[in-house]
Design a protein. Structure first.
Length: 190
């Protein structure tokens, strides 16, 4: 799998409140009958629900500390934090380094286990037929007694054949959400 598979597809959500995803016609093309269109939307909705269940199960397992369950949801060729222009990697942030396959994901969770996580909340989850985005808020204790709280977006691309996680990336919005730092050594963040 290449990193191109990790690039999110552009979707137009169309302001729908019924849980269905409205896609631009150039993605799906024209369907000659309403029955075919309903089938395509139904299939997309079912796949999105299945993807949401896989990723939701991963977060539930994380809350239980069940890394074995999480690893069971990971594709053999998973690319974890493997994407272009990753500012966390450039800055040397250890949990954001690229990892590959189940062994790499296990290494990631072994590192996360060493962090002093004070709070971790899933704020929202959005799904399509091939990806799930999870908005989280995390608060981590720092060695100097302070803490960092930030919101992140986690993007998962799922394997069509098996419904397993083929790619995962983390993004911290730079424009509106800055980590809140407290404790000794707290100062303005760049």
């Amino acid at each position: 799998m290449t990193s191109e598979a990790c690039v999110p597809a552009a979707l137009h959500l169309g302001g729908r409140s019924d849980g269905l995803i409205a896609l631009p016609s150039q993605i799906w093309g024209s369907f000659p009958t309403p029955d075919r269109e309903e089938t395509a939307v139904s299939t997309t909705k079912n796949r999105a629900a299945a993807n949401l269940a896989v990723v939701g199960g991963v977060y539930e397992a994380f809350g239980r500390g069940d890394v074995d369950f999480i690893l069971g949801q990971i594709a053999d060729d998973c690319e974890w934090e493997s994407w272009l222009d990753n500012h966390g990697q450039t800055a040397g942030v250890p949990p954001i380094k690229p990892r590959y396959g189940r062994a790499g994901v296990a290494e990631f969770f072994a590192y996360v286990a060493t962090m002093q996580t004070r709070d971790f909340r899933v704020l929202d989850m959005l799904a399509s037929d091939r990806q799930v985005v999870v908005e989280v808020q995390i608060s981590i204790a720092m060695p100097d007694g302070g803490s960092v709280t930030e919101e992140e977006l986690h993007l998962y691309s799922l394997n069509d054949e098996a419904g397993s996680i083929a790619c995962a990336t983390t993004s911290t919005p730079r424009s509106e959400s800055r980590p809140t730092v407290s404790g000794s050594g707290a100062g303005p963040r760049p």
